[in-house]
Ligand binder design. Structure first.
Ligand SMILES: C[S@@+](CC[C@H](N)C(=O)[O-])C[C@H]1O[C@@H](n2cnc3c(N)ncnc32)[C@H](O)[C@@H]1O
Length: 216
């Protein structure tokens, strides 16, 4: 989607995608991810998700990227943290202890800027993008995180009944984007009750993308 589309949503406070609770799949699969304390988690297209505060309170470091500065001002305000704001290449970097949020376009983020990442948590990232950017997005995240494993949440539905975002993503598409780097393991599929059109029969899918050689 165009940057303007997202900036307008934040300006008009039309942020139905923002959850009022921590993501239930993150809390459910957290133990299975076996994240070491202090490990740094990357949240692409992070908005002002409550998942950031939850990960911080569980002893992790968080790095995120988000287009909208409104979102990030609200994020820090709601966390009760005063950020240090600096300019880094094409980004405004909002940082605090254990927390770095790049305000700008994810496609400008580099391996060097983002720094070390242990795991990626993608809720509302891949599904927010039009099909013609998703392959580039998937490749880019794999590249800048040096193939860090991912917990990825997607939707699948009858696209004749509903328009995204969030967009419907098939298993085949997941395989196309990720199978060369990861074993995509489907942890769970659930039926979503509202706020979507019931005729679309929306399902939410939780994927664990594990590197082939993760034990090496
Ligand atoms: C569907 S929302 C999900 C937000 C968050 N992950 C959550 O779960 O609440 C998608 C977010 O991605 C941001 N976004 C869209 N395109 C982006 C881009 N190219 N680079 C960085 N952020 C982007 C939007 O501003 C929006 O906040």
């Amino acid at each position: 989607m165009e940057h303007q589309f997202w900036n307008d949503l934040w300006e008009k406070e039309e942020i139905g995608f923002h959850m009022k609770t921590v993501n239930t799949f993150l809390t459910k699969y957290y133990k299975a991810l076996a994240l070491p304390k202090n490990s740094r988690i990357f949240i692409p297209l992070c908005g002002k998700t409550l998942d950031i505060g939850w990960l911080l309170s569980n002893g992790h470091k968080v790095v995120g990227v988000e287009l909208s500065e409104i979102a990030i001002e609200q994020l820090f305000l709601e966390l009760g943290i005063t950020p240090k704001i600096s300019i880094l290449d094409e980004f405004k970097l909002y940082s605090a202890k254990d927390l770095d949020i790049f305000v700008g376009d994810i496609f400008n983020l580099t391996k060097k800027l983002i720094g070390p990442v242990y795991t990626v948590f993608d809720r509302g990232g891949l599904v927010a993008l039009l099909q013609n950017s998703r392959l580039q997005y998937a490749k880019h995240i794999i590249h800048i995180t040096k193939s860090a494993p991912q917990l990825l949440i997607t939707f699948q539905y009858d696209m004749t009944q509903m328009e995204g975002p969030p967009f419907s993503i098939s298993q085949k598409e997941i395989e196309t984007h990720y199978k060369h780097t990861y074993t995509p393991f489907l942890l769970e599929t659930t039926n979503v009750e509202g706020p979507f059109n019931p005729l679309a029969k929306v399902k939410e899918k939780v994927w664990h993308l594990q590197r082939f050689n993760h034990n090496e």
